[in-house]
Ligand binder design. Structure first.
Ligand code: F0G
Length: 473
């Protein structure tokens, strides 16, 4: 008999959810221009838009808030945070920032010169934007396997060493200020990097005197996959694995809103004293004093406590298993999803889900809108709408992957919520032929996915054909 496990926490405070009926959701969706970013959070039943800043804090974190030292300089809470980062991540120097992109801004400004190249394992929007803003060209050196959504491969986030070395030979090591390695890779589906690959990349970079900087945003999730999948790590603790991972790098940027289990916060960390000295100067311009970096003392207390809680083996096991619990229900029902199921989200392959829609009919946007209509579950389009337009030709960029991201916040929902999501996706899959495409009625010039508005292409203006067949209320 298969023994089931449950959440490694009990619930001390609850936030009641408003549950709209079908007609109310239909109205809310229309008012939001069929864009899930524009739906009011109050009108959402289960919010899977992002895992960023949506974490539930523990009673200890809430308690720690009260101990925050709000001094302008030399705050006690800053030393608490600095100690936590040093102990768990192993870096010598830490600069607090208001969130991940604050750290990306500082790092890119300090290290990049006009005409440089920054190799990375796929990109994240803000990370790449800061690199480009400072004059660098981003070069994707992730393994080819990462681009095949259906390929089941254990470490799809790995860097292709041949691609990296080829770039070094082509442009010269002096043009590469650092390699940016994301652990895990968000846009590849939350896919991890193996310890062996981290080590090999570091060894190669040492040979050419190139720094390795991690985007450590989901590093604890990455450590779990190493423990689960990599030979020699099955009996090591998450804490030990994490510590080893960071020894193969020179520093990192961190969005604390994910794996540090807080609603706001981040940091830049490094081992190089000169870089630290420069960062202490620069942070004052953009974030605040090096002893608060855009955060309140209480935020730093909560993040320090979150860092310790995040390396609890039971916590992280449940976290990954919950995402997988949802993903496997969908796989069992024959629904096309990115494989293997990653660390923070389940990604639906909208092109395969809605094969009757052309790419221009915005399958992922339409599927995300349909999911909200069916059950009040909010997800995020990651496809042609997010891809934007080619700056030169004005044509739509057509990303290979046309996905809907179901992102699971940490410690917020129970597996019953996951069942509701799975039922809704399966229900939609059963009547997928009735789902119509969308056309854009308003297109903002930049980052259009946030504010764009749409309307259904069907003559009768309905998103889902025979809506009466919906089983949800
Ligand atoms: N790096 C990665 C891999 C991220 O996923 C994010 C944010 C950032 C950096 C930036 O961090 O938001 O604290 O400034 N990702 C969120 C998401 C927004 O929904 O995936 P931030």
């Amino acid at each position: 008999m298969k023994r089931r496990t449950a959440e490694p926490y009990k619930i001390k405070a609850v936030e009641p959810l408003k549950m709209l009926n079908y007609e109310e959701r239909k109205r809310a969706l229309k008012e939001a221009g069929y864009n899930t970013f524009l739906i009011n959070s109050e009108d959402v039943y289960i919010d899977l838009l992002t895992d960023s800043g949506t974490t539930a804090m523990s009673d200890r974190q809430w308690g720690a808030l009260m101990t925050g030292d709000e001094a302008y300089a030399g705050s006690k809470s800053w030393f608490t945070l600095e100690n936590a980062v040093r102990e768990i991540y192993g870096y010598k120097y830490v600069i607090p920032t208001h969130q991940g992109r604050g750290a990306e801004n500082l790092l890119s400004q300090m290290k990049i010169k006009e005409g440089d190249y920054v190799p990375g394992n796929m990109y994240f929007t803000t990370t790449r934007a800061h690199q480009e803003l400072n004059g660098a060209t981003f070069v994707d050196v992730i393994i080819d396997e990462a681009h095949d959504s259906l390929l089941d491969y254990p470490f799809k986030g790995n860097i292709d060493l041949t691609k990296l070395e080829k770039l070094i030979h082509e442009v010269g090591a002096e043009k590469i200020p650092y390699v940016c390695t994301a652990v895990t890779v968000n846009l590849a589906g939350g896919q991890p990097v193996s310890m062996q690959n981290l080590k090999e990349v570091y060894d190669l970079c040492q040979k050419y005197h190139i720094d390795v900087m991690y985007d450590a945003t989901r590093c604890v999730e990455n450590a779990f996959f190493i423990q689960e999948r990599e030979e020699g790590y099955e009996n090591k603790s998450i804490k030990d694995i994490l510590k080893e991972m960071f020894t193969y790098s020179d520093g990192c940027t961190m969005s604390g809103k994910k794996d540090c289990l807080v609603n706001i916060g981040g940091f830049l960390a490094m081992n190089d004293e000169d870089l630290y000295t420069r960062a202490r100067e620069l942070v004052v311009l953009y974030e605040g004093m090096p002893s608060y970096g855009g955060l309140a003392g209480r935020d730093m207390e909560a993040m320090a406590q979150g860092i310790y809680e995040s390396v609890d083996d039971h916590y992280i096991q449940h976290r990954i298993h919950q995402v997988r619990y949802l993903g496997e229900q969908l796989i069992d029902a024959g629904i096309p999803v990115v494989k293997p199921i990653g660390g923070h989200a389940v990604f639906l392959d909208a092109k395969q889900f809605l094969p009757h829609l052309k790419h221009e009919e915005l399958p992922a946007q339409s599927l995300a809108a349909s999911l909200y209509l069916d059950s009040g579950v909010r997800s995020m389009e990651r496809g042609i709408v997010s891809g934007g337009r080619n700056k030169v030709t004005g044509e739509n960029n057509k990303p290979k992957l046309e996905l809907v991201r179901l992102t699971i916040p940490r410690r917020v929902y129970t597996n019953n919520h996951m069942d509701v999501v799975a039922d809704s996706v399966i229900h939609l899959y059963e009547k997928r032929e009735q789902i119509t495409g969308l056309e854009m009625t308003y297109e903002p010039p930049t980052l259009r996915f946030f504010n764009a508005r749409f309307k259904p292409l069907a003559v009768n203006g309905e998103l889902i054909g025979s809506e009466a067949s919906s089983t949800t209320t």
